[in-house]
Ligand binder design. Structure first.
Ligand code: SAH
Ligand code: SF4
Length: 371
């Protein structure tokens, strides 16, 4: 059985012998009407419906757990066809008049992550496998169906390092952004990366106008390598050079994400170095208060200290914002996918973190290569 959403319409080879409008009809059923069963696609011939149903499956994710925060953030835990589990977080932003102006979906690209950043729950999970394009796209389709609302923005800030699942990521952005697909403007889609420099350079050549956010989190190689092992492979100078290339080729600004961790990277000299990097790249800075992880002693600076750091940057004319903490009560903030719910559901020992629901299967895939 093949997964239908892993394919672009141009790859739907069943339709080669059909009139051209058939592809459009099927895309309409799936992406516009949200009908995922071929047998219900009543304007296709019975023969075609049967052939499609015998060979393809549209829906592969099963919702197994859901949590809702008092601030409206919702977290969905999905079981994949092979027993692994991933999370998607839906974050509404309330406008000044109380209306919901923005609905952001934080999407996963891998089961776990191979890069092991020391502050990150996904890193603690270790890497299991890449998600396929369809599994990425389905997170959007199914989340929208559950909340009966259209998502306005997508951020690839869930589990995993998107640039280590490059081809499936780009393919999923095509399905999410095209007018025959989900139809979310690529300008409202942000890829977040821990800094895989050669892939940032490759990304610069992509034609879709998505946005890029780079997780910086430290301004010296010494500290960055300590908390983000990937820095030993792609140190700051190389990362910054790849960002410069990205910005100049695409004539686009990037965002630097910077988690504030008390006593670690929140001093004045950190802010000054960060301001220098941001100014040279003409990048925006998004400060993220650290979301505590069970096993780690780190904590976020308090609000006063966060504000001081913010002001140090502002005084250097950096365009800076502080990310509002969302969904803390449901462990649901983007990038902080602790899968606490797995413990609650399965009573697995912590060593089983991320294997999901007590019936994992190893995919047999090797860790993704970095080049
Ligand atoms: N792998 C990519 C995208 C997923 S992580 C990346 O690293 O950018 C998305 C964001 O969440 C990153 O900026 C990451 O550093 C951040 N993040 C991870 N753990 C966090 C935590 N405990 N508190 C706050 N932000 C965290
Ligand atoms: Fe992976 Fe990003 Fe988490 Fe680092 S911060 S472990 S790259 S998901």
């Amino acid at each position: 059985m093949k997964f239908f959403l892993d394919l672009l319409p141009s790859e739907w080879d069943f339709f080669d012998s059909e009139p051209e409008y058939r592809r459009k009809q099927v895309a309409e059923w799936i992406f516009k009407k949200r009908v995922f069963s071929f047998s219900s696609m009543t304007n296709l011939s019975l023969d075609l419906r049967k052939k499609l149903a015998e060979n393809y499956q549209v829906k592969t994710l099963e919702l197994i757990h859901e949590k809702q925060s008092i601030d409206g953030t919702r977290k969905f835990l999905w079981q994949l066809y092979d027993g692994h589990a991933i999370e998607t977080v839906l974050i509404p932003a309330t406008g000044s008049r109380g209306s919901s102006e923005r609905l952001t979906l934080c999407v996963s690209t891998q089961v776990g992550c191979a890069l092991g950043c020391h502050f990150c729950a996904s890193g603690l999970l270790g890497f299991k496998r890449n998600l396929s394009c369809g599994e990425i796209v389905e997170q959007v389709l199914l989340s929208e169906s559950i909340v009966k609302q259209r998502v306005s923005h997508i951020v690839f800030m869930g589990m995993g390092e998107p640039l280590l699942n490059y081809d499936q990521l780009i393919k999923s952005i095509r399905l999410i952004s095209s007018s025959w697909g989900i139809g979310i403007s690529p300008r409202k889609i942000t890829i977040s990366t821990s800094g895989i420099a050669p892939r940032i350079r490759k990304l610069a050549f992509e034609t879709l106008p998505f946005r890029l956010a780079v997780s910086l989190h430290a301004t010296t190689d010494e500290l960055r390598s300590k908390i983000m092992p990937i820095n030993s492979k792609y140190p700051l100078s190389e990362l910054i050079k790849s960002c410069e290339e990205f910005c100049s080729r695409r004539k686009q600004k990037i965002t630097l994400e910077y988690i504030l961790i008390s006593g670690l990277n929140d001093r004045r000299e950190d802010a000054e170095r960060l301001a220098r990097i941001a100014t040279s790249l003409r990048a925006k800075v998004n400060l993220i208060p650290y979301n505590p992880i069970d096993r780690l002693a780190w904590k976020s600076p308090d609000q006063k200290e966060q504000l001081s750091f913010f002001r140090w940057l502002k005084n250097k004319a950096v365009q800076v914002s502080i990310r509002k903490e969302r969904g803390r009560d449901i462990d649901g903030a983007c990038g902080q996918l602790r899968l606490r719910s797995l413990f609650e559901r399965s009573n697995e020992p912590k060593g089983m973190l991320g294997q999901g629901l007590g019936k994992p299967k190893e995919s047999g895939e090797k860790e993704p290569s970095l080049r």
